[in-house]
Design a binder for this molecule. Structure first.
Ligand SMILES: *Cc1c(COP(=O)(O)O)cnc(C)c1O
Length: 381
């Protein structure tokens, strides 16, 4: 069976975790800080704050942007529900934007049109691993005085004209879920150049308490103050030991992902009914996902049919994503309706995510290509 994504764990990772288990501090210890420093350096960011998940990272980022009741946050509809959910956690309203048909990245024109006096932030999602048009989005954010947040859960290792994902927005959130580029089991990170925002996010992950455990220990003091409502979004030293070890392999992981994507690109060029997403010339794509559109003028193939046929030969694909504004929760709570984001809704009917992960063998890649090509040829008109 070939899954659509899977972690890549080696003996070095396992040793790092067992070392952490033998150390005195299992959480809020030196491995958390070491992982934050190494991560900040890897993406060229000034500050990095590690949290217990990518969702916690996004939640901390919107809170640091002063998103609260009475405010709005612009999010793309073509994303995982967590991107919008964190806005709702803060008592604010997500405003769904449509995406560009070729790349499925948020459409800057739609963002511009969605800004109101209540807009507090824009969250851009680097769908599949390709960075958004941050030059255009920064322009809109500056003009209207709102915070630009990148949901970079797909794009660790990506860049725009040599500038890495992690420094392209005011706040950038990453996930270390096992299907993502590097894993800590569960985990997340926010990078920023804003020292005050980094301080707020550190407080946010620890109940809104203004000093961390180590600072108190250093001062031999039991005293602390809770200055705002926070959460327990801490990440453990066990997880950060794995993160540090995985981070050392990031370059290799990305190269392998790009290599597989290039093989898919070459194989599907001219295949009837199979159209990979468009990639812009200025972008280094991190290829978290390899998404194709299924069907078209020269094909009777439907996405659901291809999904079923691949599953029957033990190739497991997936669909990223059901447009968030179509979920019952958002329809009931915010009155969102079909037709609000026509490009995302149309794409949703056609998209399929093919297997892509660094430990795929050449045989795995060849098997995906030959099966997809065969089913596509059978349905050609
Ligand atoms: C994975 C993901 C998240 C959430 O990350 P978790 O670590 O699973 O909480 C948020 N947004 C996007 C686009 C993601 O892919």
């Amino acid at each position: 069976m070939i899954p659509y994504g899977r972690q890549d764990i080696d003996e070095e990772d396992i040793r790092a975790v067992t070392d952490a288990l033998r150390s005195p501090l299992l959480t809020t210890g030196p491995r958390v800080e070491a992982f934050e420093r190494a991560f900040a350096e890897a993406v060229g960011a000034e500050h990095a704050v590690a949290l217990s998940s990518g969702t916690a990272a996004l939640h901390a980022a919107v809170a640091a942007a002063d998103v609260g009741p009475g405010t709005e946050v612009i999010v793309p509809s073509m994303t995982f529900a967590a991107t919008a959910n964190v806005v709702v956690y803060q008592g604010a309203t997500p405003v769904f934007c449509d995406v560009l048909p070729g790349s499925l990245l948020i459409d800057p024109a739609c963002v511009e049109a969605a800004v109101t006096p209540r807009t507090r932030a824009i969250v851009a999602v680097d769908f599949a691993g390709q960075p958004c048009d941050y030059a255009a989005l920064q322009g809109i954010a500056r003009r209207h005085g709102v915070t630009l947040i990148a949901d970079a859960c797909h794009s660790l290792g990506g860049s725009v004209r040599g500038r890495p994902v992690g420094v392209l927005a005011d706040l950038t959130a990453f996930s270390f879920h096992p299907v993502k580029h590097i894993t800590t089991g569960e985990g997340g990170m926010v990078t920023t150049a804003d020292a005050a925002a980094a301080g707020r996010m550190r407080r946010f992950r620890h109940h809104g308490v203004d000093r961390d455990h180590r600072a108190r220990a250093d001062r031999a003091s039991w005293y602390y103050e809770m200055v705002e409502l926070g959460y327990n979004y801490r990440i453990t030293d066990i997880q950060c030991a794995l993160g540090l070890s995985q981070l050392r392999k990031l370059g290799r992981f990305i190269e392998r992902r790009q290599e597989i994507a290039q093989r898919y690109d070459a194989a599907f060029q001219g295949t009837p009914g199979i159209s990979p997403l468009e990639v812009g010339p200025d972008f280094t794509h991190a290829y978290h996902l390899y998404v194709v559109r299924v069907g078209g003028a020269d094909s009777r193939l439907s996405r659901d049919e291809l999904y079923r046929k691949l599953r029957a030969v033990e190739i497991y694909t997936n669909v990223h994503y059901i447009p968030v504004h179509l979920h019952p929760f958002y329809r009931d709570r915010f009155g969102t309706q079909p037709g609000a984001c026509p490009v995302a809704e149309r794409a949703f009917e056609q998209i399929l995510t093919l297997p892509l992960f660094p430990s795929m063998t050449e045989d795995d890649v060849a098997r995906v290509i030959s099966s997809v090509s065969r089913f596509a040829q059978e349905a050609a008109t």
